[in-house]
Each structure stands twice: as C-alpha cells, then as structure tokens.
Design a protein around this ligand. Structure first.
Ligand code: TMP
Length: 214
C-alpha cells in the first residue's frame, strides 16, 4: 500500500508520519518511510538545491528538478518496497507539484500531471492524507519555528502569504477532484486526534483494495 501525506508548511506532517509509522510498526507491519524531494542520494542533492534560499529557479526548472528526484525515488525506493509488500509512507509526492507549481506558480495543471506521471511511471498513491491548515496559521508556525532556533526559512517558506493561500486552495480543489484517494484532516487538531483518523483511513482503503483482488 502506498500512502502519501500532503499539506502546506507547518501542518505537522512530519510529526504525524512518524507517529503513524510507529503505530503500524507496533502492529507488526513492514513499513518504509520516505520523502520528497529527497529519499535517495540524488534526490537529497536536488532537495538542497531546491530549498536553498540563495538559488533563483524558474518554475519549469522547479518541475524538472522535482520530477528528477521523484523518478529516482520511484525506481530505487518506492516500487521495490511496494513489490515486496511493504507499506510505504511518503512525505509529499506529485500532488505537491500540482499544488505548489500548478496552483502556486500558475502552471497548467493537466500538463503538469502528465509530466509527473511520466516521472512516476504511472504510479499514484492508494491514499493521500491532506493536512489542511489556513495559510495564516502556517505562516505563524514557520516564523515561530525559525525564531525558536529551528532551521532557517527555506526558499519555498519565503514565498508570500498569497502564494501559500493559492497552494492551500489548490490542495482542497485536488481533494475534491480525486476524492476517492484523498482524505482531508483538520491540521489544527492535536496528533493524538489525527493519528486514529489516519489509521481509520488506512484500514478503509486496505479493505477496498482487498475487495478488488479477485
Ligand atoms: P518539506 O518536505 O519539508 O515540507 O519541504 C519541501 C518543500 O518543497 C515544501 O515547501 C513544498 C515544496 N515542494 C514543491 O514545491 N513541489 C513538490 O513537488 C514537492 C515534493 C515539494
């Protein structure tokens, strides 16, 4: 099963993925956690270029960089894990390109989707958890983390509040368009409330997959 987690910055995605992974491991499942951009040596190099505030990167160049990292991750990590029957938890996948580069940078959505599907070899998630958060709250959380001595503000976090509003609205539109695989959760809720909601969504999709196997 292939599960992705999406949401704007400060939505608590990474914390939630760690907790969900812990729960699934505790049930004896074979789980692999990875992320985008990154997850392979080549992908990690792309990540550091992509997030570097000193870099000027054209939106189309962003799409190509992200999909280079994605193609490598699919071939080296995600497809082998799925083939081995593992549960893959991925912190962002191609929906992030549709949301950030499509809605955020105003690139054409369906063209972008085609490029992403070339990079993944047609692979899409079975379940996508969208942690929804108002852009204003995201902005406050990112600034608070930077002030609190966490890592500095990266190239995407430096984008305007309007950019992040477009990304958030884009994600919500995508969740409607692909409603069979998206589950939208309110990211203002604490992790102890969100974890059972994710586990319920996983169980539901797993049952649906089981029913389609002849
Ligand atoms: P994060 O994984 O720590 O949230 O940081 C990744 C950043 O990269 C985040 O701001 C979203 C952005 N991003 C895109 O703009 N497009 C993409 O396709 C992906 C995977 C990430």
């Amino acid at each position: 099963m292939f599960i992705t987690f999406e949401g704007i910055e400060g939505s608590g995605k990474s914390t939630l993925i760690g907790l969900v992974e812990g729960e699934l491991l505790g049930r004896g499942e074979d789980v692999l956690q990875t992320r985008e951009p990154g997850g392979t040596p080549a992908g990690d190099s792309v990540r550091s270029i992509f997030l570097d505030p000193a870099m000027r990167i054209d939106p189309i160049a962003e799409v190509m960089l992200l999909n280079a990292s994605r193609a490598q991750l699919c071939v080296d990590v995600i497809r082998p894990a799925i083939r081995a029957g593992r549960t893959v938890l991925c912190d962002r996948f191609y929906d992030a390109t549709i949301a950030y580069q499509g809605y955020g940078r105003a690139l054409e959505i369906d063209g972008l989707l085609q490029v992403c599907l070339v990079a993944t070899g047609g692979l899409s998630p079975d379940l996508t958890i969208l942690l929804d958060l108002p852009a204003e709250l995201s902005h406050e959380r990112v600034l608070a983390r930077a002030r609190g001595g966490g890592h500095g503000v990266d190239r995407l976090e430096q984008e305007s509040l309007d950019f992040h509003r477009r990304v958030r609205d884009g994600y919500l539109q995508m969740a409607q368009r692909w409603s069979s695989r998206f589950v939208v959760l309110d990211a203002t809720q604490p992790p102890e409330v969100l974890v059972p909601q994710v586990l319920a969504a996983v169980a539901h999709v797993r049952e649906r997959i089981r029913q389609t196997i002849p």
